[in-house]
Design a protein around this ligand. Structure first.
Ligand SMILES: Nc1ncnc2c1ncn2[C@@H]1O[C@H](COP(=O)(O)OP(=O)(O)O)[C@@H](O)[C@H]1O
Ligand SMILES: [Mg+2]
Length: 342
């Protein structure tokens, strides 16, 4: 690990096999390091006719070269390592995508038949068997009701599983940049209307109303179906977590961006939970009291979509008072029609 100078190579005890006696006269060497290891020697050798020795000046020069060479070596090593890591990550990503795609397919096939047969069994039970049981036989009637409600749970959970698989594939497609984005000039009001129509049944079911405060002339550039998907998710969340009252959708222009917000007077979300809502598979609140009703992927997908538009999405909420989910989209954005996400 120390620099050496050799004045008489033939007399030196450390002669290298590659250079036997009589090939060199004098030499000097300094260690070459990479990281904290010595990986080699940088040397000068002289084999001319006259006697020549190396002194401090040459060692100093060698040291400087060695320092530069060490940096270059480190860089090369780091670069090779990062290339390798990157290649590994890319390969892992590809196999993750393929794995997900085939697992989803394998899951969906039996799921379709489970759901199909459950529907048939439920229908037969209701149409053929229930009428046969007389109201007098209270015990059998109660059992039948239980069976019917069990079948309903199978159906609901089966549908939830189907939604989960679909959402998972969707998210994976967006993340892998495999989604084709159809960016076009859009009116926010149209997007809101389309999402409201798509979720009208949900509002009706829970007797909730939707108040719209969306001016007609707010334009953005975006993918219509994907932005509708974001709003459908925000609407259905608002409905899901609200018992009564009205849900309000607003939109307005700000410098350089259009903001859309969906406010509900529902259960609200604690400060701590707000931080993780947009992560995958997060369903917050008390998981002990209620069965999870969704997939926990809706907001993660929404965030991917909004981010792809160059915008952002956030939440403001107070437990027991309500929640407001908002997203902002830049007004002037060059269309990205290359079909790849960043
Ligand atoms: N409007 C809301 N009010 C209260 N909690 C909400 C609201 N929207 C979302 N959340 C919480 O965020 C979680 C994640 O939402 P999301 O990603 O859409 O998944 P999912 O709707 O499938 O549960 C929900 O499970 C819920 O706990
Ligand atoms: Mg949701």
């Amino acid at each position: 690990g120390q620099p050496i100078t050799i004045d008489d190579y033939d007399a030196w005890h450390g002669r290298l096999p590659a250079f036997p006696a009589d090939t060199l006269r004098a030499g000097a060497g300094v260690p070459l390091t990479s990281g904290s290891e010595t990986v080699g020697v940088l040397g000068l050798a002289y084999n001319g006719g006259s006697t020549r020795t190396f002194g401090e000046a040459e060692v100093e020069l060698l040291n400087r070269f060695a320092a530069l060479a060490s940096i270059a070596l480190d860089n090369a090593r780091l670069f090779a390592m990062s290339q390798e890591a990157r290649a590994l990550a890319e390969a892992a990503n590809v196999s993750k995508s393929q794995f997900l795609a085939s697992v989803s397919h394998e899951l969906r096939t039996p799921l379709t038949s489970i759901l199909g047969f459950t529907r048939i069994v439920k229908k037969r039970l209701e149409e053929r068997i229930v009428p046969l049981v007389s109201a007098a036989d209270a015990k059998t009637e109660r059992t039948l009701q239980q069976v019917e409600s069990n079948l309903s749970i199978i159906l609901m959970e089966g549908q939830r599983l189907t939604a989960l698989i679909n959402d998972l594939l969707d998210l994976e497609k967006i993340e892998a940049g495999k989604v084709e984005w159809h960016m076009e000039p859009l009116q926010i009001a149209d997007v809101v209307d389309q999402a409201a129509n798509g979720t009208a049944a949900l509002f009706e079911e829970k007797k909730l109303s939707l108040v719209r405060a969306v001016p007609r002339d707010l334009g953005v550039c975006g993918d219509r179906d994907r932005l509708v998907q974001v709003l459908v998710n925000l609407f259905s969340n608002a409905v899901k977590f609200t018992a009564e009252g009205a849900i309000t959708v607003r939109a307005w222009q700000e410098p350089g961006q259009v903001v859309v917000s969906v406010a509900d007077p529902g259960i609200g979300i604690s400060e701590a939970d707000q931080q993780q809502l947009f992560e995958k598979f997060i369903q917050v609140g008390n998981t002990l009291t209620g069965k999870p009703k969704g997939t926990g992927l809706g907001l993660a997908i929404s965030r991917e979509i909004v981010t792809h538009h160059g915008g952002r999405i956030w939440v403001e909420s107070e437990p027991g008072v309500g929640s407001t989910f908002s997203f902002a989209l830049p007004t002037r954005k060059e269309p990205e029609n290359d079909g790849k996400s960043a």
